[in-house]
Design a binder for this molecule. Structure first.
Ligand code: MIC
Ligand code: SF4
Length: 644
C-alpha cells in the first residue's frame, strides 16, 4: 500500500499498537532533546527511573532559556545539567551556544529519525524530515531510559504547496496564513505533512520556520520530505552522510488536505493576543511600533538575519523604536561576522543579544507599557512579553525590520525590492567543538559527581487517586487557556523551575491572584475550562504545580495534546463535558463528587454538581492512561510495574 511519509516513519518505529487514527501507538525514540527550563525536572525524573546510561541513539541537553543568571538559581541549574549529562551519556550544550531547536537542526536532526523534546517547538526538526514531537519532561526522561513514547495515532493532513513565494512574502507568512485558516486548535490530533512543487522550492531554514510554528496549530508535529534541499543543507552543515531521501509514495492517501498557492501570499501578522489572528501588514499601515524583536527558534537563521542586515545597512532605526536581535546560534552569529554583517546591525541602532530565547520567553526585553511590539517569534499570548498590557504582533524578520526602520507599520507596496539572502554561505563554520560530549567510557561516566544546588528540590511522591473525589471547582476559565496562563514564564518565575513548591505559588497568578489561597483552602480542587485547555508550551510545571496544590481533575470542553499528556503523567484526571453547553451550568465554587472507581476508559458518567444538578462527563482515556492516573501518576505506575 502506498504510504504518506508520516505513516512510513511511524510504521518503521512502531513497537506496538494501532495505526488507525485515534488508536494508541508506542514508538521507538531515536533522539531526545531537553532545554534547561524543563530539563532539570526531566533529568531529576530520569535519575529517579534509575538506569545507568541513556538508551537512545542521541540525547542532547541544551541551556538556552534561563540564562540571565540573576543569583545562584540559573547557574546551579546549568551546573546540575552539565554534570548529570556527563554522568548519563548525554551531549551538553552550554548557555549561549544557541537555541535548542536551531542547534538541533544545524547539528543533529536527521531525516526519518524520531525525536522527542521537552519543548513544544521540537517539531522544528521536521524541516529535515525528522518525526519530531514536543512532550513533557517525564515522557522525555522515559524515552531517554529506552521506554517507548506512546502517541494517539494522528490524522495526517497533506498541506499541498504550489507556486513560489514572491515579493516580501516569506515562510513565516505561509504558517501565519495556515494559522488564520485553521486556528490554534486546527492541528490538534493531526500531523501536517507538506508536499507539492511549492514545498520543493523552500530551503530547510524556511521549512523549519513552518514546522516550528505548526506547534501553534496544536499539531502533533509537522514534516517536510527529505530531498535535494535537505541534502544541500546537511552538506553545508558538514554532515551530508546524515542525508537519506524520504518522501510519501506516489498517490499516497491522506486523511485531510489543504492547498496553498504560495504566489498568492503577502506579508501577514498575527495580531494580539493569539497566533491565529491573521491580518495583512498593509491593513496596519500607520500603526506606531515601539519595539521590534528579531530572533527565537522560529526566525533566527543565517538567511533571516542576513536579510535583516542587508535591510538595515546604511540606515538608522526610527528614534522611538527599539530593535532587539537574538541570533539562533553561535554558528549563525559567526557566519554574519565573517561577512561583516554584524557592523550594519550595530550601526543601525539595533541591540545584539545573546544566542538564546531571550525576549521570546520574557527573559528581558519587555516592551513599554501598552507598547506595540513586532516580534518574529511564535507566541503572542497576553503578558508573555513581561508587559501585561503590551500589544504583541508576530511577523517575519522582513516585516519586523521594516517596522524598526520606519517606526510604524507600512504597506509592503512601498518597501521597494526585497534583498535576497541564500540559506547558507559557501563556507559554513562548525561550532560543534562547543558541545561537551559525555565520557565514552562507562566507568569514567559513573565516576562523575552530579552537582546540585539549594534551588533544586527533590521530587515529591504523589498519592493514588481515591475511589471518590469530593472536590470544589476552585477556578473557572474560558477557551484557549494557555500554559502561560496556568504558569507564567519570565525571568523570576522560570528561575524556580527546579523547585515545585516554590513555583506553585505562581499558578494562575496572572489570571486570578486569589487562586492559590483558595485552592489550598479547598484541599481537593477541580478546574473548569473551555476549548483547547492547556495550549502552548510543554512545561509540565503547568500540571505539576496544580497537582502540588491539590488539583485532582480538570473538566473542560477540549484539551491540547501535550498538556493532556502532562495531566495524565502527574495523575490529574482530564474530564470532558459530554455536552459542551453544560460548561455554562458549572459555577466556580461549586462542590462536586467524581465517582472515580466507576470510571471506564472512554466512558460517560454523571456527576452531582452543587447548584447545577447532574452533569454528564466523558473521558477519552485509554485503559493504560486511566491506570496511570489511578496510580497517582506515571512514575508511580512505572515503579509499581517494575516492582511487579
Ligand atoms: C515556550 O516557548 O513557551 C517554551 C518556554 O519554550 C516552552 C517550554 C517551557 O516552558 O520551558 C515550550 O514551548 O514548551
Ligand atoms: Fe525558546 Fe521561544 Fe523557542 Fe520557546 S518558542 S524554545 S522560548 S525561542
Amino acid at each position: 500500500m502506498s504510504m504518506n511519509l508520516t505513516r512510513k516513519i511511524i510504521a518503521a518505529h512502531r513497537l506496538d499498537g494501532d495505526m488507525n487514527p485515534g488508536g494508541e501507538v508506542a514508538l521507538r525514540i531515536d533522539q531526545t532533546l531537553t532545554q534547561d527550563a524543563t530539563g532539570t525536572m526531566a533529568h531529576l525524573q530520569f535519575e529517579a527511573i534509575g538506569v545507568p546510561r541513556v538508551r537512545t541513539e542521541l540525547s542532547v541537553s541544551y541551556v538556552d532559556h534561563n540564562t540571565l543568571q540573576m543569583g545562584f538559581r540559573n547557574p546551579d541549574d546549568h551546573r546540575y545539567l552539565r554534570t548529570v549529562a556527563a554522568r548519563y551519556g548525554i551531549v551538553f550544550s552550554p548557555a549561549g551556544t544557541g537555541i535548542c531547536h536551531q542547534l538541533h537542526l544545524e547539528n543533529f536532526a536527521r531525516p526519518g529519525r524520531t525525536l522527542i523534546g521537552s519543548d513544544s517547538h521540537t517539531p522544528t526538526a521536521g524541516g529535515v524530515g525528522s518525526l519530531a514531537m514536543g512532550a513533557g519532561g517525564l515522557s522525555v526522561a522515559l524515552a531517554m531510559a529506552g521506554e517507548p513514547y506512546v502517541i494517539t495515532m494522528p490524522r495526517v493532513v497533506e498541506v499541498h504547496l504550489t507556486g513560489r513565494l514572491g515579493g516580501w512574502a516569506t515562510a513565516k507568512d505561509i504558517i501565519l496564513h495556515l494559522l488564520g485558516e485553521l486556528s490554534v486548535k486546527g492541528g490538534v490530533g493531526r500531523v501536517m505533512e507538506y508536499t507539492g512543487p511549492g514545498a520543493a522550492t523552500l530551503t530547510v531554514p524556511e521549512r523549519a520556520t513552518i514546522t516550528n510554528m505548526g506547534a501553534e496549530l496544536g499539531a502533533t508535529t509537522s514534516i517536510f520530505p527529505s530531498d535535494g534541499q535537505t541534502r544541500a543543507f546537511l552538506r553545508a552543515m558538514g554532515r551530508e552522510e546524515d542525508f537519506e531521501p524520504l518522501a510519501a509514495d506516489p498517490g499516497a492517501a491522506y486523511d485531510e488536505r489543504v492547498e496553498i498557492d504560495l504566489c498568492a501570499l503577502e506579508p501577514l501578522v498575527a495580531a494580539p493576543h493569539m497566533p491565529d489572528r491573521r491580518v495583512p501588514v498593509r491593513e496596519l499601515a500607520g500603526l506606531k511600533v515601539d519595539q521590534a524583536a528579531i530572533g527565537s527558534c522560529t526566525n533566527s537563521s543565517y538567511a533571516d538575519l542576513k536579510t535583516v542586515a542587508l535591510m538595515l545597512a546604511g540606515r538608522r532605526t526610527a528614534p522611538g523604536t527599539d530593535l532587539l536581535i537574538s541570533p539562533g546560534s553561535k554558528q549563525v552569529l559567526t557566519m554574519l561576522a565573517a561577512e561583516n554583517l554584524v557592523e550594519p546591525l550595530l550601526a543601525s541602532g539595533a541591540r545584539l543579544l545573546e544566542c538564546t530565547c531571550g525576549p521570546c520567553i520574557g527573559m528581558g526585553g519587555s516592551p513599554v507599557s501598552a507598547g506595540v511590539s513586532v516580534r518574529t517569534f511564535n507566541r503572542n499570548f497576553e503578558g508573555r512579553s513581561g508587559t501585561q498590557d503590551a500589544q504583541v504582533y508576530l511577523a517575519s524578520p522582513q516585516t519586523a525590520a521594516m517596522c524598526a526602520l520606519r517606526g510604524e507599520f507600512s504597506d509592503p507596496a512601498t518597501w521597494g525590492e526585497p534583498p535576497a539572502a541564500p540559506a547558507f554561505p559557501a563556507r559554513v563554520p562548525s561550532i560543534r567543538h562547543l558541545f561537551l560530549a559525555p565520557p565514552a567510557d562507562e566507568a569514567a561516566a559513573a565516576a562523575v559527581e552530579v552537582l546540585r544546588g539549594p534551588n533544586i528540590v527533590a521530587l515529591e511522591t504523589f498519592d493514588a487517586l481515591p475511589g471518590t473525589l469530593d472536590a470544589t471547582v476552585t477556578l473557572k476559565v474560558g477557551d484557549n487557556i494557555t500554559t502561560d496562563h496556568i504558569l507564567p514564564a519570565g525571568a523570576q518565575i522560570t528561575a524556580l523551575r527546579s523547585n515545585i513548591p516554590a513555583i506553585s505559588e505562581y499558578i494562575f497568578s496572572r489570571v486570578d491572584e486569589g487562586f492559590v489561597a483558595r485552592q489550598r483552602q479547598a484541599g481537593c480542587g477541580v478546574i473548569v475550562g473551555g476549548e483547547n485547555y492547556g495550549q502552548g508550551s510543554s512545561r509540565e510545571h503547568a500540571a505539576l504545580g496544580p497537582r502540588h496544590l491539590g488539583v485532582r481533575a480538570v473538566l473542560v470542553k477540549s484539551l491540547a495534546r501535550i498538556h493532556r499528556a502532562n495531566l495524565v503523567n502527574f495523575g490529574i484526571l482530564p474530564l470532558l463535558f459530554a455536552d459542551p453547553a453544560d460548561y455554562e451550568r458549572v459555577a466556580q465554587g461549586a462542590a462536586l463528587s467524581v465517582p472515580v472507581a466507576r470510571l471506564a476508559p472512554g466512558g460517560v458518567l454523571e456527576l452531582e454538581v452543587a447548584g447545577a444538578g447532574r452533569v454528564a462527563v466523558r473521558n477519552d482515556l485509554t485503559e493504560n492512561e486511566l491506570a496511570i492516573i489511578q496510580a497517582g501518576g506515571l512514575l508511580n505506575h512505572v515503579r509499581a510495574r517494575a516492582g511487579a
